[in-house]
Every structure is written in structure tokens, then in C-alpha cells.
Design a protein around this ligand. Structure first.
Ligand SMILES: Cc1ncc(COP(=O)(O)O)c(C=O)c1O
Length: 427
């Protein structure tokens, strides 16, 4: 066993972590009912009822409307396509800029590029890991149209400051809440505070159906544009014979099977989130005894739902490089991620400013003559989180229990106590 080479003795976690899934009889029956009925999609790219999809898709959308108290919910086949539709719904296009965090899943930024607009990266805060309002304000130019607020790891961004900036500069807010359905800010559901919010149902998320996403908004126009984007809008509009600004759509539609499973999963959201919250509270308490690790910070009057549990790692206090620390923890039987996500501005499409092999569009085009900066160093907090300061735990979720969190805490302490040995063999 690798741990013997690392620290000696028994691993802290002797049995593998439990692997029971959150799918149960309810999901099974809902899926079976769709199969027996034999109607796997209710969509048709024509005007009329079928423009909006089938019974299961409508059921899922209604569940979101009523739980999150929003006027519109539009399902998609992923959160990525929902984000693309959100940017499109706001009418953002070539020459426009959207301010995005570099410390998020890449789709938050590529959704902007899909609309041929330019992502401009602002830095994050050290405590929320979400957009830093001060950095956002510095990035605003006359091309800025919107701020893409990612509620990272299940926690809330600092909305008071971000909303006030948006109001002052006349900007729209898209909330990428892929990781935080059920999270709250000052009594409001994350994803329902700005102009448009999106959630993901991919296989890692709290509510999951394999692949899927949903967009929510209180604005009729944005909802209609999102529906057009989802379902071949160019065809449907001609069919409807109404006046509408130009739009071309795609097939971003959700199947009846996915919607049926997502609806059943969505009924469990509070229960599944509560398990995460309870385990995270236990972990936070335990981390207070470990001066070289900082527990997750939660903004006042918000509800964090712990898609992942972020922990600040202080190498100056342990003397153990983060990579060796993570290796030792993994050898003790626990998953741990170093740094979460390479800051997006450092990805090669941004470094090269190229999304087409034969053109520099939309960068360096007549619509966008500005030279946006993606240099290393523009977002120092995101970069230091990636390079050295952050580790991320995925332990706080069903079916794990407090005993697993207790063992994780034990493993953290074991690594520290054995640091000299660790460093002399592996440093
Ligand atoms: C913050 C964030 N945004 C967007 C997405 C994209 O979600 P999907 O996989 O449903 O397209 C993810 C997925 O992990 C995410 O974490």
C-alpha cells in the first residue's frame, strides 16, 4: 500500500468510502414509466404546444418554478447549453464583454465565447472564492454588458456589492449556480437574484440525471429567447410569423427520460443538501483544531450547500509542499483535490486568443479592436489558489457519515505529526 511508503503503519481509512447512489425506486419508476409509454421526447421545432417539450419536461420546469418562486424555468440538455442560452437571451454578441471569474468550470466563460462575445476575467475573493467586487469594478469598460456570477462550491457570492455595481453601470447579472441549487443569499435562492440563473444536473451534482440543466428567470423576453435558442428558433419564429430580433437556435432540448429522473431527484434536494450541510458543519468544527488549515468561510445570512468543501492550506506552517500533503492524504484513503481548477485565463484558447483555426474572430476583430489581457498575474488570488493555497474535499455528501469526516480529520493530523518522516523520504 502506498501509505506504508509514505508514512508507515495502517491507513486511517481501512475500508473504501461507501458508494451508494442517490437514485432510488422513485427515479427507477419514473424512468420506467417513460420507457413503457415510449415517448422519449415531446419536442418539435415548430410553433404550437410541442415547441415547449413533453410532459416530463414541463413537470420538471413547473417544479423549479414553484420551489424557487420564479416566473420561468427552461430545461436544457446541460448547464453549459443553458449558459449559452442565457448569454444569448440577454442579446449579448460580438464586441460585447462579460466579466467572469477565472476560478470556475470553463463553461462559465465559454458560454460567452459561444455568443462571440469576450470573457474578461476579474479576480476572486480569498474567502468566498467567488468574484471580488473590487476587481469586477476595475474590469468594467464601455463594452461590458453583464457579470457572470459563479456561486462556487455551493456558496454564495457577495451579492450586495455585485448587485450594486451592476445597477450603477447598467449591467445584467447571470448566475452560474450549477454547483449551488438550494443555496441562499439573504432569504433568496441562489440563481434567482440576478437576471438569469442556471443549474446543472450532471452526474456530479446534488440533483442529477446524467446530463441536464435548467435556466430560471422572471423576465418573459429572456425566457422566450432561451426557448428559441433551445429549439431551432429560426424555424419556429418563421412558423409563428411574429416580429422578433434575429436569433438562431440549436437542439439543446432535454429528453423525457432525463426530465423524469431529474424531477424525482429534485424532490430530494433539501434532504440531500441537509446531509451536506451537517457533514460540513462537523468538518468545520474539527478543522478549528488544525491551525494550518482554514475551514470554509460562509457569508452571513447565506446558506452554503457544499457541492465541494474548500480548505485553505498553509504550507508555511507545515513545511510540507501541498502536492506531498495531498499525496499523503490520498494514501490514507481519502480523495482530495489540489487547487480545483486552473484559472481559465491561463487555458490555451485564451493564451492564444483563438477559437477558429482560420480566423482570430471574435478576438482582434473589427467588432472588438480592444486587446483584452489574459496575462498570467491578472488574477493573483485565483492563481495562488490554483498553485498553492487551496485543497478541496468531496467528502461532505451522501452516503458519507460523520465517522468518515472524523477519520479524515485523523488523517490530516497524522500527516502533520509525521511531517519529518514524510519530508525526509519524499520532500
Ligand atoms: C460552475 C459550473 N458551471 C457550469 C457547469 C457545466 O455544467 P454541465 O456539465 O451540466 O454542462 C459546471 C459543471 O461542472 C459547473 O461546475
Amino acid at each position: 500500500m502506498e501509505t506504508l511508503a509514505l508514512l508507515g503503519g495502517e491507513t486511517v481509512l481501512k475500508d473504501a468510502l461507501p458508494k451508494t447512489s442517490t437514485y432510488g425506486k422513485e427515479e427507477e419508476q419514473a424512468a420506467l414509466a417513460v420507457i413503457r409509454k415510449g415517448i422519449f421526447s415531446g419536442f418539435l421545432a415548430r410553433a404550437g404546444e410541442r415547441f415547449l417539450g413533453g410532459k416530463e419536461v414541463l413537470r420538471l420546469e413547473e417544479a423549479f418554478r414553484s420551489k424557487f418562486n420564479v416566473a420561468h424555468a427552461v430545461s436544457f440538455n446541460s448547464a453549459t447549453t443553458a449558459l449559452d442560452a442565457a448569454v444569448c437571451a440577454l442579446g449579448i454578441g460580438p464586441g460585447d464583454e462579460v466579466i467572469v471569474s477565472p476560478y470556475t468550470m470553463c463553461a462559465s466563460a465559454t458560454a460567452v465565447l459561444m455568443n462571440m462575445a469576450i470573457p474578461v476575467f476579474a479576480d476572486i475573493e480569498e474567502d468566498t472564492f467567488c468574484l471580488d467586487p473590487k476587481s469586477v469594478e476595475k474590469r468594467i469598460t464601455r463594452n461590458t454588458k453583464a457579470i457572470m456570477v459563479t456561486n462556487l462550491f455551493g456558496g454564495s457570492a457577495r451579492y450586495d456589492a455585485l448587485l450594486s455595481i451592476a445597477k450603477r453601470y447598467g449591467l445584467k447579472i447571470i448566475e452560474d449556480t450549477a454547483q449551488a441549487p438550494g443555496g441562499m443569499y439573504h432569504g433568496k435562492h441562489l440563481g434567482t437574484i440576478g437576471d438569469i440563473g442556471i443549474y446543472s444536473f450532471n452526474v456530479h451534482k446534488v440533483v442529477q440525471c446524467g446530463e441536464g440543466g435548467i435556466l430560471v428567470t422572471n423576465n418573459n423576453h429572456y425566457a422566450f429567447r432561451a426557448q428559441l435558442k433551445r429549439n431551432h428558433g429560426e424555424n419556429v419564429l418563421d412558423d409563428m410569423d411574429i416580429k422578433h430580433e434575429p436569433i438562431f437556435g440549436s437542439n439543446y432540448r432535454m429528453s423525457e427520460l432525463h426530465a423524469a429522473i431529474a424531477s424525482e431527484q429534485f424532490k430530494k434536494i433539501d434532504h440531500l443538501n441537509q446531509i451536506r450541510i451537517d457533514l460540513a458543519a462537523y468538518l468545520s468544527l474539527g478543522l478549528k483544531d488544525i491551525p494550518w488549515l482554514s475551514p470554509c468561510h460562509v457569508l452571513e445570512d447565506t446558506r452554503h450547500v457544499y457541492y465541494l468543501y474548500p480548505i485553505l492550506y498553509d504550507q508555511a506552517k507545515t513545511g510540507i509542499p501541498r502536492s506531498l500533503f495531498a499525496k499523503a492524504i490520498k494514501a490514507e484513503g481519502f480523495p482530495i483535490d489540489e487547487g480545483y481548477q486552473k484559472p481559465l485565463h491561463l487555458l490555451s484558447i485564451f493564451q492564444q486568443r483563438k477559437i477558429f483555426p482560420n480566423s482570430d474572430f471574435p478576438f482582434g476583430s473589427k467588432e472588438y479592436p480592444t486587446a483584452v489581457s489574459y496575462e498570467k498575474g491578472i488574477c493573483p488570488t485565483s492563481e495562488s489558489m490554483w498553485e498553492k493555497n487551496l485543497v478541496v474535499s468531496s467528502l461532505c455528501k451522501y452516503p458519507n457519515e460523520k465517522k468518515h469526516i472524523g477519520l479524515f480529520l485523523k488523517a490530516l493530523k497524522k500527516v502533520f505529526v509525521n511531517r519529518d518522516k514524510l519530508l525526509s523520504y519524499h520532500g
